[in-house]
Ligand binder design. Sequence first.
Ligand code: HEC
Ligand code: HEC
Length: 354
Amino acid sequence: MFKLVNQHMKSLFVFTFLFAVIFGVFAQESASSFQGISRFATPAEVKAWDIDVRPDFKGLPKGSGSVEKGQEIWEGRCASCHGTFGESNSVFTPIVGGVTSKDIEIGRVASLTDPKQPQRTTFMKVATISSLYDYIYRAMPWNAPRSMSADDTFAVLAYLLNLVEIVPDDFTLSDQNIAEIQKKMPNRNGMTQDHGLWRLNDKPDVHAKACMNNCAQEVKVTSFLPDYARNAHGNLQDQNRIFGPYRGVDTTNGSPKSIPTSIASSVVAEKNQDPSVLFRSNTCAACHAQNTKIVGPSLESIKSKYATQANAIDTLSAKVKNGGSGVWGQIPMPANNLPDADIKKIVTWILTGH
Ligand code: HEC
Ligand code: HEC
C-alpha cells in the first residue's frame, strides 16, 4: 500500500514538474512574440474581476449586514427604481411578491403556475440566494454598479429576504449563515437538472439541417414587423449600442428594402464629438429614447416642453449634471458625471437638433 501511494506521489510530482516547465515556456513565448503590446494581468487585476459567487458559496466575500441597515440602503439607493417594498414594476418586473409561507416551507412557488398571478417576481423564480448576492454586488444600483461593499450587499439582501418574510426584522445576514437561508428560498426546488442540457445523450431541442452545398448566396429576410408596430419602442437605430458591427434598423420609416448588416465601427471614432454619440455613450440612452418614455421622458417631449423657453439650455444642463425629480414624475434622474461642455452639447442637441 505504501509503495503504491509512493509511486502515485512520484508520478504526480513528475507531472507537476513537466506542466510547470511547459507552461513556463509558453508563458515566455507569448510574452516575447508581442513585445511591448501586452502584459499579463496582475493578481490584483484578476482578483478585481473574479467576483462570481457560486451556489456552493465559493467566491462569497466575508461580511454581514442587518435588515435595518439594508432598509436604509434600499430607500436611498434602490427604492427609486424598484419601489419602497420592491414591488414596483416601473423599470423592471417586481422583485418581491407572489410568494407564500407554504412556498418557503416546501421550496416550490405555487403562483408560478397560477394564471391569475399578474407578474413573475424575482423571488418567485430565483432558486439560489448566491445568484441574488452575485447580481446585486455586480450590477446594482443600475446607475452605479460595483459601488456597494460586501457588507452593503449582505444588508440590502437581508432587507429583501425580510420583505419576503424569509427572515425576521432583527436578522443579520452574513457569510456564516447564508447557507441556512438558502434552505428557505421559496423556489429552491424549482431548478431541475432533469433535462437535455444536463444529459449528454439527449437530443437537442432544436432541429435544423445546416446547408452544406448549393446554399443561397444572399440571405433574404421574408418577414418583418408590420409597419404600425415598427416604431412601437422608438427608433431602434437610436437605441443601438455604438460599438460592434450592427447599427440597428431605422424604424421611423416603413418596411426596409434591405437590412444594413455592417457599418465600419471606425465611423464611431470619427463621430466621437457628435452630440448624438455623446448622448448614447454616456448612458443617457438607457433612460431616454427619441419618441417614447423609458425611465425618463422622451427627447421629443423634452424638446416640445422647453424649445421656446429662455435659458432652457442652462437650466436643463444643471439638472442633468445634478439629477433630480418631480418635473416628469416621481422617478429621479441620477446625477450625471460628465464634463459640463459635453452636457451642454447634448442638451443643445436635444432642444435644437444640432
Ligand atoms: C436606476 C434604476 C435602478 C436602481 C437605482 C436599482 N435598480 Fe435594480 N434593476 C434595475 C433594472 C433596469 C433591472 C433589470 C436589469 C436587467 O435585466 O438588465 C434591475 C434588476 C435588479 C435585480 C434583478 C431582478 C431579476 O429578477 O433579475 C435585483 C435583485 C435588483 N435590481 C436589486 C437592486 C438593488 C438591491 C438596488 C439598490 C442597491 C437596485 N436594484 C437599484 C434598475 C435599478
Ligand atoms: C437612470 C435613468 C436616467 C439617466 C441615465 C439619464 N436620465 Fe435624464 N431623466 C431621467 C428621469 C427619470 C427624468 C425626469 C426627472 C424629473 O421628473 O424631474 C429625466 C429628465 C431629463 C431631462 C429633463 C429635465 C427637466 O427638468 O425637465 C433632460 C434634459 C435629461 N433628462 C437629459 C439627460 C441626459 C443628457 C442624460 C445623460 C447625460 C440623462 N438624462 C441620463 C432619467 C435618466
